[in-house]
Design a protein around this ligand. Structure first.
Ligand code: ATP
Ligand code: MN
Length: 266
């Protein structure tokens, strides 16, 4: 058995009592007591063996790299752990996705941040499961405890995460064709998310798509809504616009937003 450990080299600990609460909550690299406890539980349950430094520190969440070991082969398996922040600030942005979300009717208590963030994490877990089960390239959701979500890692064996589509560098003599193929690939994915998963991503852009070896991976689905959400089509139009803008900048001869909307929803 491998020794379980949390190696939070790059992660400050939440012991600075002088800072006020809000400050600590929004500060980027803090893992509070509760979060560290959940990570320890995940280690004990074998979800992960080691938690490493942050892959990404954002406004809403930090994503950490982690590894576990295959019992049979002893191989290292990479994992990703998303830790949602409980700061009050981020809830303002989330409200428009939550209002009208029937899956959380009665479940939201705006006065209770910890409960809100737990539901938010739950929403990502469920949306991710739907998307992943539909065969759309995406992280596999593995474990959820309060505001901590463990999923499969999209990256190489050494622990390097795949780049965001925004940062993808394509090479070869047919780069133009590659971009246009990726565009077509993404339209197919958007249609399947809508038709098969019955979801609208609602924050789709080159920032929430990872790229590797000709393939696109969809991430960050906590805000995704079902088509019966009162603003789902507005979110879908925004997704379509983001995608179109990006691929036009890459020189792709894109279809009109209206054509894409019809393709996805028809
Ligand atoms: P914020 O909005 O606060 O930046 P976020 O909600 O956007 O956080 P995500 O988009 O889900 O968080 O993840 C942030 C980054 O972490 C991604 O851009 C990606 O680089 C990396 N990442 C997320 N999930 C994975 C994964 N399963 N495997 C590899 N990298 C991941
Ligand atoms: Mn994101």
């Amino acid at each position: 058995k491998h020794a379980a450990k949390i190696r939070l080299d790059s992660v400050k600990q939440d012991t600075d009592k002088d800072k006020d609460k809000a400050d600590r909550a929004t500060s980027e690299q803090v893992l509070d007591q509760r979060t560290r406890m959940i990570l320890l539980q995940m280690i004990n349950r074998g979800v992960v063996s080691e938690v490493h430094g942050a892959i990404s520190t954002g406004k809403e969440a930090n994503v950490y790299g982690a590894v576990t070991y295959d019992d049979k082969t002893g191989d290292t398996i990479q994992r990703a752990i998303k830790v949602y922040k409980t700061a009050i600030l981020v809830f303002k942005d989330r409200e428009r996705y939550i209002t009208g979300e029937h899956r959380f009717k009665g479940g939201f208590d705006k006065g209770n941040n910890r409960k809100m963030v737990k539901l938010w994490a739950e929403k990502e877990f469920r949306n991710l499961r739907r998307i992943h089960n539909a065969g759309i390239p995406s992280p596999e959701p593995l474990s959820l405890k309060l505001h901590v979500l463990a999923m499969s890692f999209l990256g190489d064996k050494k622990g390097w995460a795949y780049p965001r589509l925004r940062d993808a560098v394509l090479d070869g003599d047919d780069v133009e064709k590659q971009w246009s193929d990726l565009y077509i690939q993404l339209l197919g994915i958007m249609r399947r998310i809508y038709q098969v998963c019955r979801l609208v991503h609602a924050d789709l852009s080159e920032y929430n798509i990872l790229y590797h070896d000709g393939k696109l991976y969809i991430i960050d689905v906590s805000q995704s809504v079902e088509p019966d959400h009162p603003r789902s089509l507005e979110f879908l139009r925004m997704d379509i616009k983001n995608v179109g803008d990006f691929f036009r900048r890459k020189g792709v001869d894109t279809l009109t937003d209206r054509m894409i909307f019809n393709f996805i929803t028809a």
